[in-house]
Design a protein around this ligand. Structure first.
Ligand SMILES: [Zn+2]
Ligand SMILES: [Zn+2]
Length: 432
């Protein structure tokens, strides 16, 4: 690739080098080659055939990385494929996505990992980084082929969708993961006698007559993981943290020096079980972990504000309409999220003053790159040119019909949001 691209007049925000200010950015052969207050096309270093993007009024940031998506291929291509998910990612401002292993077959061996890597490359859209299973078939009985998957390209291990309930097995998984320098990502949900739950346990589950999952089911599991991480020295990454006590447990463990990081999904900082109640059994408000109480949401906002929560990840979980158009307790868990995350983060966190633009970029790019040890998340000279460009002020209406995902399961259709992604650059290639 000899093409070069000059992004001019934008505000560059790159927490990896403590930078926030007007800068022009020059990309050549897929790498960042210059970053300066003014780069003139007359300068010798800028080739004649350079394309120019005027970013006046926009923020130019390291490419956003989603640590938690479900791409459904292989096995459930009617919900999403690697290519449609990677397309939705670019439309939503993400240049990299990390995909969970709960496909069919499960990504628990190097041949599935290699297949995903190859399909991601062939699509040529957002970078696709696979996450391998912790246990064979994610069945929670014996460890998967972690070393072989690492060689084939996984960036973390997780049995997302299912928690690893066996403490001894989780301890061994953490020990193996440490040998391979992989983070262990856990979906924290102890059953607490709540099998078959369909929402958060509380006043609204009682009113709606639905079986609830208490916040304690997550808290117990987070506490267990933190204790095992402390024992093994492993890096534990808590997926889609949703309760106030989980935030507190992570905060305390980090003070003790436990290697813990965590992520939150936009729906958990935006919605509560009351929104589900008011929706009147709308299955687009059903996911795991469930929408929690207002006090949980308030604690999450505080965890985002004070830095306890490291990253924002979507838990993008596409489902066919038929899997949502059923009774509430039978409906599939999860919502799509790739194309609404940036708008929700700007509208719900940045504009109300909970976080700064720089902290937003840190939560969507710098921290995710660090957590999964990706050679991304920075605009330093020489870095791979993955860039996200967004307009913090652009007002728009969420229109699911225009989504690039193969599925439409979202509670945010028709929402008016302030702030939107504008363009992405992946290894120097502009997508607009
Ligand atoms: Zn999960
Ligand atoms: Zn998930």
């Amino acid at each position: 690739m000899t093409q070069s691209l000059l992004i001019r007049n934008g505000t560059v925000i790159d927490p990896s080098q403590g930078l926030e200010g007007p800068r022009d950015l020059l990309i050549r052969e897929g790498r960042i080659v210059a970053l300066a207050p003014t780069l003139d096309t007359a300068q010798a270093e800028i080739p004649e055939a350079t394309s120019i993007l005027d970013a006046t009024g926009w923020v130019v940031a390291p490419g956003f990385i989603d640590l938690h998506v479900h791409l459904r291929e292989p096995g459930f291509e009617y919900k999403e494929t690697i290519a449609t998910g990677a397309r939705a990612a670019l439309a939503g401002g993400f240049t990299s996505i990390c995909c969970m292993p709960n496909t069919q077959p499960v990504n628990d061996n190097s041949s599935v990992t290699a297949f995903i890597v190859e399909r991601g490359r062939a699509a040529g859209l957002a970078n696709v980084f696979p996450i391998g299973a912790i246990t064979a078939g994610s069945k929670g009985a014996q460890l998967a082929e972690i070393g072989e998957m690492k060689r084939a390209g996984i960036v973390a291990i997780s049995d997302d969708g299912r928690p690893v309930l066996d403490n001894g097995l989780m301890r061994r998984a953490m020990e193996y993961a440490t040998d391979f320098d992989l983070p262990v990502v856990d979906h924290c949900e102890d059953c607490c006698g709540a099998e078959g739950w369909s929402m958060h346990e509380g006043v609204y589950s009682a009113r709606m007559g639905l079986k609830g999952l208490p916040g304690a089911a997550e808290d117990l599991h987070v506490a267990r993981d933190l204790i095992l991480a402390e024992l093994t020295g492993a890096h534990i990454h808590i997926a889609h943290l949703s309760t106030g006590r989980s935030v507190e447990l992570v905060r305390q463990a980090r003070q003790r020096g436990v290697r813990v990081t965590c992520e939150v999904a936009p729906h958990h900082f935006t919605l509560t079980d009351r929104d589900l109640f008011e929706s009147g059994y709308d299955t687009h408000f059903k996911m795991a972990p469930p929408l929690r109480s207002e006090s949980d949401r308030a604690a999450i906002l505080e965890g985002i504000r004070d830095g306890t929560i490291d990253a924002i990840a979507t838990d993008h979980a596409p489902h066919h309409a038929n899997e949502k158009s059923v009774e509430f307790d039978r409906a599939a868990n999860g919502i799509v999220g790739l194309e609404t995350a940036v708008g929700l983060t700007l509208d719900r966190l940045v504009h109300p003053g909970i976080i700064s633009l720089s902290r937003m970029v840190e939560m969507l790019a710098t921290a995710p790159a660090r957590i999964f040890r990706l050679d991304r998340g920075t605009l330093q000279i020489g870095a791979i040119a993955d860039v996200t460009i967004f307009d913090p002020q652009r007002r728009h209406r969420v229109d699911l019909a225009a989504s690039h995902s193969r599925s439409r399961n979202s509670p945010f259709d028709g929402w008016e949001l302030r702030g939107a992604p504008v363009a992405t650059v992946v290894a120097g290639q502009l997508h607009q």
